[in-house]
Design a binder for this molecule. Structure first.
Ligand code: AMP
Length: 190
């Protein structure tokens, strides 16, 4: 059966790490819009050239572009089993995703809201900057990404709370502890 999980949360909460692990253990495909965009930037595509300055400024990429990317990915999947990581990030994206899920008969297993205190998020992002060298992991961009999150993505917490899909996950523990909380929230203890 076609199924999906959404990872929601501020930058640095650990969504990517957890989404990768959950995807590999459930046999789902992880769809990270950030990873897809970074691959476009690395390949120097037209989309990459458009997205790079926005990403480097900590701003969101326009909804139409993101929805085009997601649409392309889903069209290529006959029986989608997907972990959305970093998508949706705006109300317009969430509404479009609802329509897509409905059209394709994809069941939403849950929306995982992974959070941690702001100082911890910034500490992790600055640490990742040194390890991975992501060009948007510097102090100024991190601040802008936090503001974008609060203004545009935070409203999705209420949106999914209303539909009863939201599961709050404490992102502060070790990777294993957080993963265990996620498995319990979804009822998929492996
Ligand atoms: P991430 O790897 O998820 O932190 O995304 C890195 C950057 O890519 C973000 O700061 C945005 O500029 C852009 N981005 C990724 N996903 C989205 C999305 N769903 N909507 C708009 N912009 C996005």
């Amino acid at each position: 059966m076609a199924e999906a999980v959404i990872f929601l949360g501020p930058p640095g909460a650990g969504k990517g790490t957890q989404a990768k692990r959950l995807a590999s253990e459930l046999g789902f495909k992880q769809l990270s819009t950030g990873d897809i965009l970074r691959s476009h930037v690395a390949r120097g595509t037209e989309l990459g050239r458009l997205a790079k300055p926005l990403m480097d400024a900590g701003k969101l990429v326009p909804d139409e572009i993101i929805l085009g990317l997601i649409g392309e990915e889903l069209v290529a999947m006959p029986d989608p089993k997907v972990i959305f990581d970093g998508f949706p990030r705006t109300l317009a994206q969430a509404e479009a995703l609802d329509r897509l899920l409905q059209e394709r008969g994809i069941r939403l297993l849950g929306v995982l809201l992974v959070t941690a205190p702001q100082e911890e998020l910034v500490r992790r992002l600055l640490g990742r900057a040194q390890q991975e060298g992501r060009s948007d992991d510097n102090e100024e961009t991190i601040r802008a990404r936090m503001v974008e999150y609060q203004q545009k993505t935070q409203p999705l917490v209420d949106y999914y709370a209303r539909t009863g899909s939201l599961r709050a996950i404490n992102g502060l523990g070790s990777v294993d502890q957080v993963y265990q909380a996620i498995q319990e929230a979804l009822g998929v203890r492996a």
